[in-house]
Write a protein of this length. Structure first.
Length: 198
């Protein structure tokens, strides 16, 4: 029993390690948390899930960021209902993270432009597609991005999304018994955590 208790991490250390894992996901290297599954409420009221690429993590603001096409359905969904849930899983460490938050769209052109300019051209080419995501087409070639050398081509379709994290659910399946903790935002990046049954 003592050996199990000794393996239980301190709640503050655990929260910091969660943010570190997310920060690694937003970094340049490969990480299981580089891509997350994001769930929204569809305009028809049904749940919608898709993959997003984690672009930035700010622990002090309890904020995650991703970008997407402003013409996408998820933007319309988040404008109507800004609640969003995200899920990531590290198969090597057997760690699952679930995050809940509120999405907002960055209106500051300077901030948006800085992210655009720091992004890889291969990523930004997606915003040059002439056809809105989800549109019915005759063949995939119709949605091919336009061949444009202008580095700002497609910027009008670029949307930067910040997610203010309100709740974190951590599950570690590598331990016996499994460890599960939940953290709830109290204010200004300050989370209160407690252990829960897996």
């Amino acid at each position: 029993m003592d050996s199990v208790a000794a393996a239980v991490p301190d709640m503050n250390d655990l929260l910091h390690s969660i943010w570190e894992s997310l920060r690694a996901g937003a970094g340049a290297g490969k990480s299981p948390f580089s891509v997350l599954q994001a769930a929204t409420v569809g305009v028809d009221g049904n749940p919608q899930v898709r993959t997003i690429v984690l672009r930035e993590v700010n622990e002090s603001l309890a904020r995650l960021s991703f970008h997407t096409d402003i013409r996408s359905r998820k933007v319309r969904e988040l404008r109507e209902r800004p609640a969003i849930s995200m899920h990531g899983y590290d198969a090597d460490r057997l760690v699952q993270l679930r995050l809940e938050g509120i999405a907002s769209f960055v209106a500051d052109e300077e901030e948006k432009l800085a992210v655009w300019k720091s992004s890889r051209p291969r990523t930004l080419i997606l915003y040059r597609s002439p056809i809105t995501s989800g549109s019915v087409i005759d063949n995939p070639a119709q949605a091919a991005p336009t061949d444009d050398a202008d580095p700002m081509s497609g910027y009008e379709n670029f949307c930067l999304v910040h997610v203010s994290v309100r709740r974190i659910d951590y599950l570690d399946l590598s331990n016996e018994p499994h460890h599960r903790a939940q953290f709830h935002l109290r204010g200004e990046g300050d989370f209160e955590g407690h252990w829960v049954a897996p």
